[in-house]
Design a protein around this ligand. Sequence first.
Ligand SMILES: C[S@@+](CC[C@H](N)C(=O)[O-])C[C@H]1O[C@@H](n2cnc3c(N)ncnc32)[C@H](O)[C@@H]1O
Length: 310
Amino acid sequence: MTLLDDEPARRSTATAAPTWLSPVSYWQPAHIVTSAWLEHAPFAFWLVDVLRPVRIVELGTHYGFSFFVFSEAARRLEIDLEIYALDTWQGDDHAGHYGDDVFQSVRDVVEREYAATSHLMRGLFEDSRPFILDDSVDLLHIDGRHGYDDVKQDFEQWVDTVRDGGIVLFHDVAEHDRDFGVWRLWGELSSRYPSFEFTHGHGLGVLAVGTVRARSLTELFNADEATTALIRSDYEQLGARIARQARLEAMPAEIESLHDRVSALTSELARARSETDRRDEILAEYVHSTSWRITRPLRAVGRYLGRGPR
Ligand SMILES: C[S@@+](CC[C@H](N)C(=O)[O-])C[C@H]1O[C@@H](n2cnc3c(N)ncnc32)[C@H](O)[C@@H]1O
């Protein structure tokens, strides 16, 4: 495995590889779409690798970034699993309201690449709840509306679907803006369950339900203060690479839209210039017209009185 330029220097002198990193933590997601979740892809790859889930449920998919990351991890790791993406695909007042093109774009990727493993369940989360059995989910990702009551309701309605040893992820646990309240619920839950909190990328809470089996997960949940800081720092750096990649991928479209803007402004300038030229022509015609010459004495009187045209 090649070490990254920005990887912490301590790695070169460390004797044992840290349990919270593996080669999959360095993967680059195949589908980078608009999302506030970009920086969590490296941890999600690692988590799917250690958890080896057979069923994942996601509450809140939007353009599909986190969902594609889980799906890609399963495919590359050759894990035979089912992934359910739940969303109205209409948006809300936090994510913003959007049109049907968003659902179509997610469906296109799923049909092209993940048709065998993925299920899109369009509607309110609560309406899909009866279709998912209790104790059947290994990984539940809660990323719907982010008010305290919303996320509490999502957790309470869905936690029973998680099997013993399963994981619940909460996005936005570090977001205190507007009426976000995941941090508050996280504060209540994280002391009652084995948990780990990432603070970058708006925060990602990792919560274990029941008995944790994978050793690397136990170590994550039992990390002391210094190790917690290292884990956070490693995944923050890895996440920043994905965010940089997203910015690079967005650049051609931005450059194209700047080109369009420059062409629009150039046409506007040409139009304004031709209007000015036309006005000058009209003025010149008028100055040389008979009526202008006839009224010359009147303008002379005006000048004498200190007003009027010359
Ligand atoms: C923050 S976005 C999800 C982001 C996504 N996980 C990502 O990786 O970028 C939240 C989504 O949850 C959906 N949503 C919110 N509340 C919902 C509910 N009660 N039922 C269904 N969908 C809901 C919204 O339509 C929105 O698309």
